[in-house]
Ligand binder design. Sequence first.
Ligand code: F7E
Length: 342
Amino acid sequence: MHALITGVTGQDGAYLSALLLGEGYQVTGTSPRRSSDNSNLRRLMEVGALENHKFKYDTMDVTCASSVDAMITSQHFDVIYNLAAQSYVAESFVSPLATTQINYNGVLNLLESIKKFSRETRFYQASTSEMFGLVDCEAQNEDTKFHPRSPYGVAKCAAHYAVQNYREAYGMYACSGILFNHESPHRGIEFVTRKITDGVAKIVSKQRMDISLGTLDSQRDWGHARDYVRGMHMMMTQDRPEDFVIATGVTHSVRDVLEIAFSHVGLDYRDYVEQDARYMRPSDVPILCGDPSKARSKLGWEPTVDFEDMIKEMVDFDLFRHNVDPLKYFLTGGSADAAANR
Ligand code: F7E
């Protein structure tokens, strides 16, 4: 089996590559351009994908139809996972057109190319809980109406409907995973959980004194990315294509993330966090909570990582990255100097 993963250099691309390689797949992973210093391949290196002879890294720009056609006609792909996206919601308010170009037009380019050249290829689209936006029910499932609150969410809704349309119009195996927030030590530094865990590690290692954040009241259903890419793969190996919500069903606030991350290193977040209007969004999503019942019953999917354990794992990883050995740190009663990992 040969898989194409677009946006392979991101958190989910790395975990999905590792999963599929472990299942014996040949994996071609793409991003729009090669960076000269290869720093964008860091995650693929860390999960062990780069050194696997069945993994190939290539360039493809989903916003360019000829680039997509060239890739899809150059070899046969059994499955395509579209993870390419401008995924930072705040940035979509600044660059709505560029966001739409990648997050919607890019999906159309892929669907058109599959329709024209490789109709048997299965297609996965990374849909998102941001499509639900302003919700009026306690838990969101596959039938909950969309009320996006950002250019990011609007473009993702358009792409979601396009996938549904190609499935109905052309009988393609095309499905969307409606994934709620999913984090890990490989999460981008701009997202709130990682910004906090990296900030805690920088405070412990005395590289900074505080963290500036936007609203602390937002509530999200946060799961672990490794669990969520397993859900993607399960959706793509069914008899029929269907959309699924992937979530834990448990909601926490940004304040809860702060509480866990800071108390893990023996600090009180109130002494280190300041609020900054620059991180407030013109319209935000106050609360989300997923209902993964369909994924549970039809796919047999279950989340395996507890929220608190995940945040602590991220803090420990960031402590290591900032040269503090977490174990020595705790054993020496919170002395970063004594725990310096040199
Ligand atoms: O924000 C608030 C912020 O950027 C979460 C993406 O993967 O998940 C992610 O979207 C909440 C928001 O994630 C800061 O206002 C406060 O209410 O970590 P986030 P997101 O916007 O929920 C969905 C499912 C996706 O599909 C997206 O691609 O936290 N918040 N202060 C902050 N957020 C950030 N980033 N930075 C702050 O300083």
